[in-house]
Design a protein around this ligand. Sequence first.
Ligand code: SAM
Length: 314
Amino acid sequence: MIDGQGRVIDYLRLSLTAECNLRCRYCLPEGRIVSHSKLTLADFAFIVEVAAGLGISRVRLTGGEPLLVQGLAEFVAEIRQYPGIQDIALTTNAQGLDNLADAIYQAGVSRVNISLDSLRPERYAYLTRGGKLQLTLQGVEAALYVGMFPVKINCVIMGGLNDDEIEAFALWTRVKPVSVRFIELMPFGEAANWPDSSFVSVRSMKERLAPLISHKDKVTGGGPAESFVITGALGSIGFISGTTEHFCGTCSRLRVTSVGTIRPCLFSDLEYSLQEAVRNRNHQELQTLLLDAALSKPVRENSMKTKRMAEIGG
Ligand code: SAM
């Protein structure tokens, strides 16, 4: 698909569920989340099949927490065989990934982004409201062990909460062949009303890490991160500035939300419902909706206010 600005749209992100086993403070409120998921895995598979026919070749499974979805490996194996699908990736907190890594890798998940905002067990538990750092580290090991590549670490840097760990994360890449991507906190979801002091710019992160950087790197995956190698490192570091710099010019994505809509742009609340077309397995209607979504991708947008990343699929 080509959008209105001539950008090639070949990347589909699926928020398989809004449910999550963690409650990261910037992402979700405390307490139980009532899932409003309106699509089944079979529905998602139908969407991928139709989207593949329109040129989607890369799919990312996210949420919520995609590892909570029953039948994930079977779903991956199903969509892997659709003509045109070349790359299936996962975004996860990796709690429990050690038990699933082999099965989902064998099914077709070739690479993984693991969210990890602290390397200190107590702080990790605080930031995630109860997560166990050890489980995520085991998940990192399992992903590397089974051969997922690259293994990227998504690290949201927050002033006063974990910004004192930037160097520790960077130096971790000397002993772990992972790509740590430092991400600016985006002011929506639970972080919508956080004070300015929580937002740390990519520019200031880069300035701090400059003395440790040896050279630029190119990491596979085509994401928005600029990537560098720390002197003597096995892995790399990258920076993603969703807030202070935009990467709209190279955006190739559409998002299917856990509530059964398609969202052309993360930063705009415009969405189209896919439910009826999907429920009726109406191939043509779904094709039209996907093409409409691609055509209505804004050049650049910054009006997203209300939604949570877990529904949209961060
Ligand atoms: N549960 C999975 C995980 O933890 O990776 C996937 C869903 S989570 C919503 C996806 C990503 O969105 C995480 O890396 C998280 O850090 C990021 N995220 C959520 N809210 C954010 C915000 N306000 N600013 C920046 N990143 C955010």
